[in-house]
Design a binder for this molecule. Sequence first.
Ligand code: NAD
Ligand code: ZN
Length: 255
Amino acid sequence: MEIINDQEAIKRLKVARRIAVLTGAGISVESGIPPFRGEEGLWTKLSPLELASFEAFYTNPARVSEWYQHRRNIIEKSSPNPGHLAIKKLEEIVPDFKLITQNVDGLHQRAGSTDVIELHGNIMENYCVCCNQHYSTSEFDEVFRHNSNHIPHCYCGGLIRPNVVWFGEPIPAENYEKAYHAAIQSEVFITVGTSAQVTPAADLPRYAKRNNSYLIEINPNHTAISDIVDLNLRGTSGTILPMFVKDYQEILSAD
Ligand code: NAD
Ligand code: ZN
C-alpha cells in the first residue's frame, strides 16, 4: 500500500459497491486552472460579487462576459491531469460509481468520465436569458468577436449568459436530486479539491456521513469538513489519486 494504511479504510473499501466522488476546483489546479479561493485564487484580485452573480452581469455585462471569455481561453488550452484520469479509472473498476462535480470546466468529460453530475453547469455553454437559445462555444465566440463593446446579444435582442450557476441562483433540481441520492446511497464518499464552503454542494458529504458512508478527503489543506472525515489524504489530487487507485486495486484483489 502506498497511501491507504488505515485498517478501517481498507475494510470499508473492500466491501463497498457504491462509491461517490465530489470534486471541486482543486482537482483542476494541476491543469493550470485557478481555483476561487486560496493563494492561487481568482478572488484575490477580483471580488466574486463583482463578477459571478446575475446582478453583476446585468449591471456590467461586458466586464463579466470578458472575464468568462478569459476563463474559457484558459480551459480550452488546458488538459485533464492525472487526477481526472484516475477518477475515470475508478469509474471502470467500482461496481456502482457516481461522479459529482462543482467544476464548470468539463475536464472530467475530456478525461473520459461519463454521466458526470454537474452541479454548477458548464462554462463552455451559453444561452440567451430571453429566448433560451443555446450557443456553443464557437457560436458564442462569433457573437463576441463581432461585437466591439463586448456585450453579447442574441439575435432576439436578449443578453447571452454562461450556462453556470451564479451566487444566489439554485442548482437545477434534477442535478441536485441525483447528487443527493448518490451521496446518501454511497458506502464510501470521497471529496477531492473542494474547500466545502459552498452550500448546498458542501452538505453532500455531511448527508453521506449521516447515512453511515465512510468519508475520505483528498486535499493539500485543511477544509471546512476535515474534522468530520474518516480519512484525510493530504496532498495534491494529481499525486494522491493515482496512488489511491493503485491501492484500491490491490485491496480488491487481496484475499
Ligand atoms: P474552492 O476554490 O473553494 O477550493 C479549492 C480547494 O482546492 C481548496 O480546498 C484547496 O486547498 C484545494 N486545492 C488546491 N490545489 C489543489 C490540488 N492541486 N489538488 C487538490 N486540491 C487542491 O473550490 P470549490 O470548493 O470547488 O468551490 C468553488 C466554486 O468555484 C465552485 O462552485 C466551482 O463552480 C467554481 N470554480 C470552478 C472552477 C473549475 O471549473 N475548474 C474553477 C474555479 C472556481
Ligand atoms: Zn434570444
